[in-house]
Design a protein around this ligand. Structure first.
Ligand code: UDP
Ligand code: MN
Length: 597
């Protein structure tokens, strides 16, 4: 009896201890995970602001009075209505200033710097409350030769539509502009109107990335907000952003970027919203919203790649990520670097539909900012980002650029590679498969977008396949005995109906073409030349034809006796004109004519 009692007490004790250990483990899980993850990552949640913010009372941050004041305004461009200059004598000046700025700068001068905007948020946003206790922000705005009235309208819109207690400071960074009114007159204007604004001035042009970094170095608030110098902040834009950062400090957030039309200053939504992405020359692209995101139009949704100019991030997380790579010059690629870093190193990026900021997208005829850099800084930037973050996927980029990157020296990347190591960041494959999971399908890299590939076998003479006869420089194509494997044969029999709509040696630059269009023209192998109508081919699945020259209806035909292949007028149910392509991508082929050059 005593013995069992003793055993029970031991059991009870073990249970209790195990219970306490499990409780502690669960409770401290994020800390433990971080500790396992590498000691260098300090615990973001430990910082003072986020500790004191445990109460989490919500409040309505709308400034109803200011909104009512705005609603009563009338005049040119008010409520974001399209505006026009009617004075004909000003046409020439209007045109000149439009070209110089990429937007209607003369019209900008005529519209109030305090103009009202339409509240185009989803109606649900008006009712949403956010934490009463939000962190403060340092707003960083780089500018280079920006038009004065557009620049100060950006500042007024921010001041007018942001709760003053949330703005610690606004830091303008003058990237060595050479426009006179951006010097003393801007200083004076700022002094008069904006006590919280300070201006850092560069002594030489260093580009927007260096300018943002300089602002960030100076900033002292909990959260950094980056903006362009030609924006207009809309109603209640800031609280929804900060709310998400409080919930998870490794969240970087973007407002929805609305369009301020370059000619009329009309304020509209871009579209229903989209997820950011890129194609394989690193042009910025957009992916559709997910069905789940469409269900709730006020809910923040995950965004693989930020557009770049407008976002908020905790100051600590930004610096934990080493800010931007200082080797990025002037402009471009920095949105990829930061987005990859954020996702791959344990953070996330959200678009917040209830936060909206308008941006002037410059017109296509903009003459652009002057370039004093001789080198190709954009591709150098891209190469730096690719080398550090994109793993083997960088080869897609290099392959697309046809030799540009081979000539570019990306410079020293030790610091960036060390950061990736230190933060135990995930692979690019992980990013592509988990975050931008539909990117490759929607923006396929070259070579993965073949309409059909592999062996091309004659139906009339099924032992014969299209063959280069072993020498890629051999110009006449024949049919030859099929190799045993049809999907991955040797290069002699490996063909692709490529995304360029040609029929080529798979992965190579040799395309099928005939010398002329006479009956029985032999088919030869030429260097591929993009958009060449004489290299257009189509695979007609119903008739099994390889149709030559787009719609001109010549068809590839085998001559088993001579083994030559020729083109002739297409005939139905004629087996020597029928071919089996080893692998056909039906979905892509369905859209063959839509993607025709
Ligand atoms: N900018 C800068 N230095 C540069 C290029 C741009 O300070 O060399 C500023 C520019 O004035 C703007 C911001 O950086 O406030 C973003 O540039 P831009 O609007 O041209 O980029 P986009 O919106 O076209 O991506
Ligand atoms: Mn811009």
């Amino acid at each position: 009896m005593r013995y069992t009692n003793y055993k029970n007490i031991i059991r009870l004790l073990i249970f209790l201890i195990a219970g306490v250990v499990i409780f502690l483990l669960v409770n401290q899980w994020i800390y433990i995970r971080e500790a396992l993850h590498g000691k260098e990552i300090e615990l973001l949640q430990k910082t003072p602001f986020f500790q004191q913010n445990s109460k989490r009372v919500l409040k309505d941050w709308h400034d109803a009075e200011a909104m009512a004041r705005d609603a009563a305004r009338s005049g040119l461009g008010e409520h974001g209505k399209p505006a026009y200059i009617t004075n004909l004598s000003k046409r020439k000046l209007e045109r000149e200033l439009r070209k110089k700025n990429g937007f209607n700068a003369l019209l900008s001068d005529m519209i109030s710097v305090n103009r009202s905007l339409p509240d185009i948020r989803d109606q649900g946003c008006q009712k949403l409350k956010y934490f009463a206790d939000l962190p403060t922000v340092s707003i960083i705005i780089p500018f280079y030769n920006e038009h004065f009235s557009a620049l100060v309208r950006s500042l007024h819109s921010i001041i007018n539509r942001t709760p003053p207690e949330l703005i610690k400071e606004i830091i303008l960074v003058d990237d060595f502009s050479d426009v006179a009114n951006l010097k003393k007159p801007l200083d004076e204007y700022v002094e008069q109107h904006f006590p919280k604004v300070e201006i850092i001035r560069f002594r030489k042009r260093q580009g927007l990335i260096a300018a943002r970094l300089a602002g960030a170095v100076k900033a002292v608030a909990d959260v950094l907000v980056f903006m362009d110098a030609h924006v207009e902040a809309n109603y209640n834009w800031l609280p929804p952003l900060l709310h998400e950062i409080v919930l998870n400090k490794r969240t970087a957030v973007c407002p929805m970027i609305d369009v301020i039309e370059d000619a009329t200053f009309e304020y509209t939504a871009q579209d229903e919203g989209a997820r950011g992405a890129f194609d394989w020359i690193l042009d910025y692209k957009r992916l559709p919203l997910l069905e789940s995101d469409k269900k709730n139009r006020t809910k923040p949704f995950e965004n693989p790649i930020m557009a770049g100019g407008l976002f908020a991030i905790s100051r600590e997380w930004f610096w934990k990520l080493d800010g931007y790579d200082e080797g990025l010059d002037i402009w471009g690629g920095e949105q990829y670097e930061l987005s990859f870093k954020i996702w791959m190193c344990g953070g996330r990026l959200l678009d917040v539909p209830c936060s909206r900021v308008g941006h002037i997208f410059r017109s296509d005829d903009w003459t652009g900012v002057s370039e004093d850099r001789k080198e190709d800084y954009l591709h150098k930037n891209y190469k730096r980002v690719a080398e550090v973050w994109m793993d083997d996927y960088k080869y897609y980029l290099y392959k697309h650029a046809r030799g540009i990157y081979e000539k570019i020296d990306a410079g020293d990347l030790t610091k960036q590679l060390a950061l990736r190591e230190k933060l135990h960041c995930k692979s690019f494959k992980w990013f592509i498969e988990n975050v931008a999971f539909d990117l490759v399908k929607i923006y396929p890299p070259r070579g993965t977008a073949d309409f059909a590939y592999g062996q091309v076998r004659s139906v009339g003479a099924p032992e014969l396949c299209l063959d280069t006869l072993g020498r890629p420089d051999y110009r006449v194509i024949k049919v030859n005995e099929c190799e045993p494997t049809s999907i991955f044969p040797s290069f002699r029999q490996d063909w692709s109906l490529s995304e360029d709509h040609d029929l080529r040696m798979r992965g190579e630059e040799y395309c099928l073409q005939t010398a002329n269009r006479k009956p029985n023209s032999k088919v030869l192998l030429y260097d591929c030349s993009y958009g060449n109508k004489d290299q257009l081919w189509y695979y007609n699945r119903r008739h099994k034809w390889l149709v030559y020259g787009g719609k001109r209806h010549l068809c590839l035909e085998a001559h088993p006796a001579s083994k030559y292949v020729v083109v002739n007028r297409c005939r139905t149910n004629f087996p020597l004109m029928q071919w089996d392509f080893a692998n056909v991508n039906d979905t892509l082929l369905d859209s063959y004519f839509e993607t025709m050059p």
